[in-house]
Write a protein that binds this ligand. Sequence first.
Ligand SMILES: Cc1cc2nc3c(=O)[nH]c(=O)nc-3n(C[C@H](O)[C@H](O)[C@H](O)COP(=O)(O)OP(=O)(O)OC[C@H]3O[C@@H](n4cnc5c(N)ncnc54)[C@H](O)[C@@H]3O)c2cc1C
Length: 369
Amino acid sequence: MKILIIGGGIAAFEAAVAAAEQKNIEVTVCSREAVLPYRRPALSRMVSESITDNAFYLKDAAFYRERGIDIKLEKEALRIDRKKKQVFFKDGDTIGYDRLIIAAGGYAFVPPVEGHENACVLRDYDDLQQIKQRLDEGIKNAVIIGCGVLGLELADSLLAKKCAVTVLESGASVLSRQLDPESSAAVQKHLESIPDFSLKTGVSVKKITPESVELTDGTVIGSGLTVFSTGVRSNSKIAAEAGIEVKQGIVVSSNMQSSDPEIYACGDVAEPPCGSYGLLSAAKAMGHAAGINAAGGHEEVVPDIYPVRLMALGIKLFSAGKINDAKSKTVCDGGNFQRLTYNACGDLTGAILLGDLKSAVKLQKEMVR
Ligand SMILES: Cc1cc2nc3c(=O)[nH]c(=O)nc-3n(C[C@H](O)[C@H](O)[C@H](O)COP(=O)(O)OP(=O)(O)OC[C@H]3O[C@@H](n4cnc5c(N)ncnc54)[C@H](O)[C@@H]3O)c2cc1C
């Protein structure tokens, strides 16, 4: 059986490895990137640091060869013909399949503000090269639009490169998806004390030029590098155009099967019954299941709690599960903060830790969905 995988991230990797382990399966992976699958979270750190190939790439070329996985780079899928079971590629090639796995991930959302083309994003290896080039040109100030985990990680790396950073947040508070108002206020206070770092909440961007960002209140901020960190959207266009059911992502059942039984989807591109996560561990689990199932096996993905961690700008954060539930208990001890959330039955459903993260793993194990 021929399994074709579109994508070159962790979900595609896991799917390929799981499928190739089954008998009589031919696996082809087509990634539009020019480099082998890598650890995407490392990109933030690589803005200021060099890391080894071993730490960056999931595996080297020999790994794929040894497992008979044919991995094709700079191979962008443009169209799926479900009747003929063929995928058409940008380079003019056409590849047939018995089972197709779409693991095309997500793209960084760019709001349609005036001059948005003067800003960049950090989603893939090419984006990293663009940011590094600007730093090499000697830029001294940058603006990051969006104060989420990725925006703060990037800010940390830019400060390490001696580049002053302004982070703009349209919401009233920082990290609102991970923190409750009390811990968010504590993080905000800490951020405001960092030299060369400026935070503006409750603001909106009017216009971006190559040298500045103008806010709707008239403030103009000098910026040699402007980066959007405003969320991720599913790369599901190719599936929607082929008539596969798509909502926020490609709709899949718990075995990663799409509305077309011969087509599976996994990772950030997919929308499983429990909703999309946008996290590495979730993409990994979905990729593994998609590979097994496409090859004729059986594996369900059970909904899980995937924590978010941030270690940047002096912040040590662990946030998992529900931020709000029936009851909560907050303990502040010096620089450490712990907020535990419980449902009406008294089960632990969420935890926010700042500072001391020693109990994180234990709490995660105790947590129920
Ligand atoms: C800077 C950064 C830091 C992050 N840090 C963390 C973290 O600390 N913890 C965490 O849990 N998550 C983190 N994430 C999120 C995590 O990386 C993603 O959830 C994960 O990579 C999703 O994996 P995926 O394989 O589904 O998609 P992706 O990693 O997006 O991979 C999809 C691949 O498919 C390719 N592709 C897309 N369309 C096509 C096409 N038409 N044809 C061929 N190939 C195509 C893309 O180029 C890409 O290579 C981070 C993300 C970024 C960008």
